[in-house]
Design a protein around this ligand. Structure first.
Ligand code: SAH
Length: 341
């Protein structure tokens, strides 16, 4: 079955054209889907006859809410969403005063193997389709009855390992006929797949880019992130600078502080050396607990010291607010539910 949510507006237009229908039909269907329409029967913009015809080969499938966990600490909501093949992914909604921010998954599982992250424990099962990524936004917006005002592609999976579908998702979310969210309200996070950072820069979307750095040298990085064996830090930073020059969007570098691994004074000094001439932002994350991983989180005091070392040397750094820790919804805690919660 074709899921109409997987089409970009151009593809949908082509599809309707091939059915002998006018192109404005595609626009109507596209915007009905963005508004949360969940069945062909509900496409009341189309004639009954056309709906019957569509039903022979199409459906509108949005991920279904399997479970919903609400944090007692900060109201963050973690959704376990079921896909049409029964796979389950996790999506997180965070309420801010200016609206809802949604953290979407891009794959079922992840192939990247970072040694501190839960999402990669069972490897990659499959890529999400564009409609399954968009569907997370539509589902959460519908469930909360509020407009989603920010999106971070920081859930399960490596978005640049599912590049084509990521781009279609971004185009669909941005399309004025659809969800109509500006690229500046969207952030994509990557563990550092260098050629795709270049491609993304050339794509001409001014999406915010976050890069999971987590270490100040190749040696330190290779010890915790397998991707560092493929691309050197120099190559990675060159690609990030290219992205900044092309898009004008300041790069955020994510840095999870792990006791005994990357949180020493020496690491802070090396980071300063790397970034003292860059207009970038370091986001420090006290490493979150993943029981299979056994990494130890640094103390609050150490996080502050590390941050102060950076900021004193004019490297912009902030500490990421920890949300949803009581429901395992924090960075690196989302996982393929086939792996025990
Ligand atoms: N694969 C992409 C998208 C995931 S974003 C990426 O690597 O960027 C999730 C963020 O949380 C990444 O920066 C990731 O490195 C970080 N993270 C993973 N495990 C973590 C943990 N246990 N504690 C804190 N941050 C973690």
């Amino acid at each position: 079955m074709i899921n109409l949510c997987d089409f970009t507006l151009e593809e949908l237009t082509e599809y309707f054209k091939n059915l002998g229908e006018a192109s404005f039909r595609a626009k109507q269907v596209f915007s009905f889907i963005a508004k949360g329409c969940e069945s062909i029967d509900d496409l009341t913009c189309l004639s009954k006859a056309l709906r019957e015809k569509l039903k022979c080969e199409c459906e509108i499938f949005l991920p279904k809410v399997e479970r919903k966990l609400v944090s007692k600490i900060d109201g963050t909501i973690k959704y376990l969403l079921t896909l049409s093949d029964g796979n389950i992914i996790e999506t997180v909604a965070m309420k801010y005063h200016h609206g809802i921010s949604v953290c979407v998954s891009s794959q079922v599982g992840c192939a990247m193997g970072c040694t501190f992250c839960a999402s990669t424990l069972g490897g990659r099962v499959r890529n999400l389709t564009p409609g399954e990524i968009t569907g997370q936004i539509i589902r959460v917006g519908k469930d909360l009855g509020e407009r989603v005002s920010n999106i971070v592609v920081m859930g399960i999976g490596e978005p640049f390992d599912n590049y084509e579908n990521l781009i279609k998702f971004l185009k669909n979310i941005n399309n004025p006929e659809g969800v109509n969210l500006g690229y500046r309200h969207i952030t994509v996070s990557t563990c550092g797949i260098v050629p795709k950072i270049i491609d993304f820069a050339n794509q001409g979307m001014s999406v915010n880019l976050a890069v999971s750095l987590h270490a100040p040298t190749d040696e330190y990085r290779k010890a915790i992130m397998p991707i560092a064996k493929k691309y050197s830090l120099n190559e990675l930073l060159d690609a990030c600078r290219y992205y900044f020059n092309k898009t004008g969007r300041r790069i955020t570098y994510e840095y999870a502080l792990i006791e005994g691994k990357n949180s020493s004074d020496e690491c802070a000094r090396l980071l300063i050396e790397l970034f003292k001439n860059d207009n970038c932002h370091i986001n420090l994350i006290p490493v979150n607990d993943v029981k299979e991983r056994g990494n130890v989180r640094v103390s609050k005091k150490r996080v502050e010291e590390f941050k102060n070392m950076l900021t004193r040397s004019h490297v912009t750094a902030t500490v990421r607010r920890e949300l949803g820790s009581d429901i395992s919804a924090s960075c690196g805690q989302l996982r393929n539910s086939a792996i025990e919660q």
